[in-house]
Design a protein around this ligand. Structure first.
Ligand code: PEP
Ligand code: MN
Length: 337
């Protein structure tokens, strides 16, 4: 619930209410404003009812938070959140470009990919080392040995690194070596993993499950936020529909909808969203126009030889072309790149 205090309420009045909320093991939020102070109380609705704050003389109004996603929604938190990945920002007026190969295949490939994307102006580098592949016979990633490669890329190109976590046991070593953790589509509803990454402060790049509704997506983010980690970037990566011409259907409705309902930054992945490299540039421009805060693009020095997702990966010159077009367009949509 949202508790609005009277304009003559003191800090002691606010502390009294905050203690009462915390005493019931509910989550409290303290939001002092210029004109009046607002307090949030979040948790089990049956326990919330016991608070009976309407009777408190320093309380002006008590409102119920209507949406299910209370912490990531805009009812309590109106302004846009900006999340940092290393020294770069996602959200606000920054249009963030995260790019690299689907999988880290070797040191040479990783360094060459990083050279291509950094020189063209990407803000951060991605590459999976633990790959959740649909078939057990597909390349599963380099595993732990890939961590050293990611570190080498970071050192050489001074770029923040994003990589996917699929196992809670990898959390500590990954958090030491990367700047943000990706939770992939297949793990969006792995609540044990969501709570584990929620207990760390490392930024989380949360991809939408391929069959998840927007509400389920936002509630997955709510798990992370509720566990203590506010550094969440959402990523629309396409959903399963009856359409088979493209790998997925990139749901740009979701981007516009979520931007209205949630304060979290939203990025778009047109690579997995379409599965076809020739559609990546058009859908990237559409994502910018619809209000996304950035893009995740798969780029590979030689996509034909890629061990995973080559068909949807851009090569160096295609990535450069994408960046050049975005640099012209971004200011028209209130973004810098
Ligand atoms: C990826 O980013 O390479 C990936 C596996 O994405 P998703 O989880 O969206 O399928
Ligand atoms: Mn991929």
């Amino acid at each position: 619930m949202i508790i609005i205090l009277k304009d003559n309420a003191t800090k002691e009045d606010a502390d009294f209410i905050l203690n009462k909320i915390e005493g019931l093991n509910l989550k409290s939020l303290y939001m002092p404003g210029v004109e009046r102070t607002v307090i949030g109380a979040i948790g089990d609705e049956r326990v919330l009812a016991q608070l009976n704050l309407e009777a408190n003389p320093c309380v002006e109004e008590v409102k119920t938070i209507l949406s299910k996603y209370k912490l990531v929604g805009r009812e309590i938190h109106h302004h846009d959140s900006v999340v940092k990945i290393g020294n770069t920002e996602v959200g606000g007026d920054q249009f963030h470009i995260l790019s690299g190969p689907c999988a880290i295949e070797s040191l040479e490939l990783a360094l060459e990919s990083a050279r291509i994307v950094s020189q063209a102006g990407a803000h951060s580098f991605r590459g999976g080392i633990y790959k959740p592949r649909t078939s057990p016979y597909s390349f599963q990633g380099l595993g732990d040995s890939g961590l050293e490669i990611l570190r080498a890329v970071k050192e050489k190109y001074n770029t923040p690194i994003v990589s996917e976590i699929i196992d809670i046991n990898d959390l500590e070593k990954m958090a030491k070596n990367v700047d943000a953790l990706q939770i992939g589509a297949r793990n969006m509803q792995n609540y044990v993993l969501l709570e584990a990454v929620g207990k760390s402060k490392i930024p989380i790049f949360l991809k939408r499950g391929m069959s998840a509704t927007i509400e389920e997506f936002l509630l997955a983010a709510e798990y992370i936020y509720n566990s203590g980690n506010e550094n969440i970037i959402l990523c629309e990566r396409g959903i399963r529909t009856f359409e088979t011409a493209t790998r997925n259907t990139l749901d740009l409705n979701a981007v516009a909808y979520i931007k209205q309902k949630s304060h979290l930054p939203v990025m778009v992945d047109p690579s997995h969203g379409t599965g076809l490299r020739e559609l990546v540039i058009p859908l990237s421009k559409a994502a910018l126009a619809v209000g996304a805060d950035g893009l995740m693009i798969e780029t590979h020095p030689n996509p034909v030889l890629a061990l995973s997702d080559g068909r949807q990966s851009l090569n160096g010159s295609q990535f450069e072309k994408l960046m050049n077009e975005l640099k012209i367009l971004a200011p028209h949509f209130g973004k810098k790149i």
